[in-house]
Design a protein around this ligand. Structure first.
Ligand code: NAD
Length: 261
């Protein structure tokens, strides 16, 4: 599906990252990959993972810093004239503000969360589009907390709503150049984030984390948790030519949570 295509994966931190499952599948389908990482500490982890997928193309990039983004795309262009896709798998907020109430969000954390988790897609899309003269595909990851109130998601939900709306505006702006912009929305997926959520909820409700996990799994239409491979399959669809006329879309993976807020 991806033979002859090359692109940038942003947001690989470790082998639990969604970006890892996505990168593995892209590679299996023939894509050539470059990876951006945030800071030296992560380079040590990202380097060996990239190597497993036949890539030595690592680029440092803190997406909250526009000069760093410019430098990162200059580095990308120094080896590749053009790219076919970008995976934006980046989000961040101060965890201490995710435990409490949304109403207590500080201005500093609101702006930081919006910058890193939402604006960064706009900044990346602008720079990536300049390297996509023959069109391309840009894909980000959002979450159901953009649409419904999910306990503890707080300001991240607001940032994801901005991110999802950005996908539509970017799709409209870049569509005339053949550049598609879409988002995959993983539902409850077993991994470090959901593990932490289960622990928080369990301690608040005086039950076991396993009980919360089972509750979450049974709240989906498919009565199961999604895995990173399920998310990666959907991402592959958006990055490949199989979705060549699809843009501005939001695809829920394992949707249908019956959350009562
Ligand atoms: P992760 O922690 O592995 O990935 C987040 C990445 O964001 C990390 O690589 C981190 O380095 C990067 N990042 C944070 N701040 C940055 C900055 N200033 N500059 C550059 N990079 C920065 O977690 P993940 O679960 O793989 O999350 C990837 C994306 O998927 C996020 O947008 C997340 O909100 C979304 N998502 C995850 C789930 C889930 O259950 N895991 C569900 C829905 C959506």
């Amino acid at each position: 599906l991806m033979t002859g295509k090359r692109g940038l994966i942003m947001g690989l931190a470790n082998d639990k990252s969604l970006a890892w499952g996505i990168a593995k599948q892209l590679r299996e389908h023939g894509a050539e990959l470059a990876f951006s990482y945030q800071g030296d500490a992560l380079k040590k982890r990202v380097g060996p993972l990239a190597e497993q997928l036949g890539s030595d193309f690592l680029i440092e990039c803190d997406v909250s810093d526009m000069a760093a983004l410019d430098t990162a795309f200059d580095t990308l262009r120094s080896r590749w004239d053009t790219i076919d896709f970008v995976v934006h798998a980046i989000g961040f907020s101060d965890k201490s503000e995710l435990r409490g109430k949304y109403v207590d969000t500080s201005l500093d954390n609101f702006l930081m969360t919006m910058n890193i988790s939402a604006y960064s897609l706009v900044a990346v899309a602008k720079r990536a589009a300049a390297m996509m003269p023959d069109g391309g595909s840009i894909l980000t990851l959002t979450y159901y907390g953009a649409e419904k109130v999910i306990p503890h998601y707080n300001v991240m939900g607001v940032a994801k709503a901005a991110l999802e709306t950005s996908v539509q505006y970017l799709a409209n702006d870049l569509g005339p150049d053949g550049i598609r912009v879409n988002t995959v929305v993983p539902s409850w997926m077993w991994g470090p984030n959901v593990q932490m959520y289960c622990q928080w909820q369990a301690s608040e409700r005086g039950v076991e984390p396993e009980d919360i996990k089972n509750e979450l799994a049974s709240a989906n239409a498919l009565r199961a948790m999604a895995a990173d491979t399920d998310v990666a399959e959907s991402v592959m669809f958006f990055l490949s030519d199989r979705s060549s006329m699809i843009t501005g879309q939001r695809l829920l993976v394992n949707a249908g949570e019956y959350f009562d807020t």
